[in-house]
Design a protein around this ligand. Structure first.
Ligand code: PLP
Length: 222
């Protein structure tokens, strides 16, 4: 076995254990392999090990990694997990299968327009700034209801879940629990939360998507 396939096995075992401990079905938890800043051979290894769901945080880098590979892997799914500028909405809609970082009206408008134009209606998660950090992307929890209604009712976007990146200096469990509560209130089934250091906690608290980079691939090259 290669290093990456060993890592995948170990991560899956941890996901399964965390799910079972909290009475969840492990099959409902999706491992999003975060391939940003990873070398080509690592991506090839992950594909060879059977991974088909990948996360990228920049449109341009995602195109370089995936635009040509896509053809060879019809069951590949790509999630955008980084901030999106409206002028990249066109490329993002063309490439990704889910936008996890919808966080403002201007972006919702741009995405809806592009999805209509391309006839490609992909689901979106709303990014929530659970820690209300001024420098961080995401809607404030108190603004979520109004933003959700704007996206759904006015823009006809398919909002299926929520995503959050907890503050680095706080225990993530509080933020995972808040995100879960918000998702339940609004009847949103998907929850993207948890990274290399805390995905087991996220699974225990309801994550359906964990975004794992370094624990899977090793340290990123910059
Ligand atoms: C890079 C990144 C990850 C992966 O982080 P690791 O700690 O390497 O697992 C997850 N989510 C987002 C939004 C990221 O940008």
């Amino acid at each position: 076995m290669t290093r990456i396939s060993e890592n995948i096995t170990s991560i899956r075992q941890k996901i399964t254990a965390a799910a079972k401990k909290t009475g969840r079905d492990p099959a409902t938890i999706n491992l999003v392999a975060v391939s940003k800043k990873q070398p080509e051979d690592c991506i090839e290894e992950a594909l060879a090990a059977g991974l088909r769901l990948f996360g990228e945080n920049r449109v341009q880098e995602a195109q370089a990694h995936w635009q040509e590979r896509r053809a060879a892997y019809p069951d590949l799914k790509l999630h955008l997990i980084g901030p999106l500028q409206t002028n990249k909405a066109k490329d993002a809609v063309a490439l990704f299968d889910c936008i996890e970082t919808l966080d403002r009206e201007k972006l919702a408008t741009a995405l809806a327009k592009e999805m209509d134009r391309q006839g490609r209606h992909i689901p979106c998660f709303i990014q929530v700034n659970t820690g209300a950090e001024p420098q961080k992307a995401g809607v404030m929890p108190r603004d979520l209801a109004a933003f959700l209604s704007f996206c759904r009712d006015e823009k006809k976007l398919d909002i299926t879940g929520l995503m959050a990146i907890p503050p680095v200096d706080e225990p993530p469990a509080l933020h995972f629990a808040l995100l879960k509560k918000l998702a339940d209130w609004h009847g949103l089934p998907m929850l993207s939360m948890g990274m290399s250091g805390d995905f087991e906690q996220a699974v225990a608290l309801g994550a359906t998507h964990v975004r794992v980079g370094t624990a899977l691939f090793g340290e990123r090259t910059s």
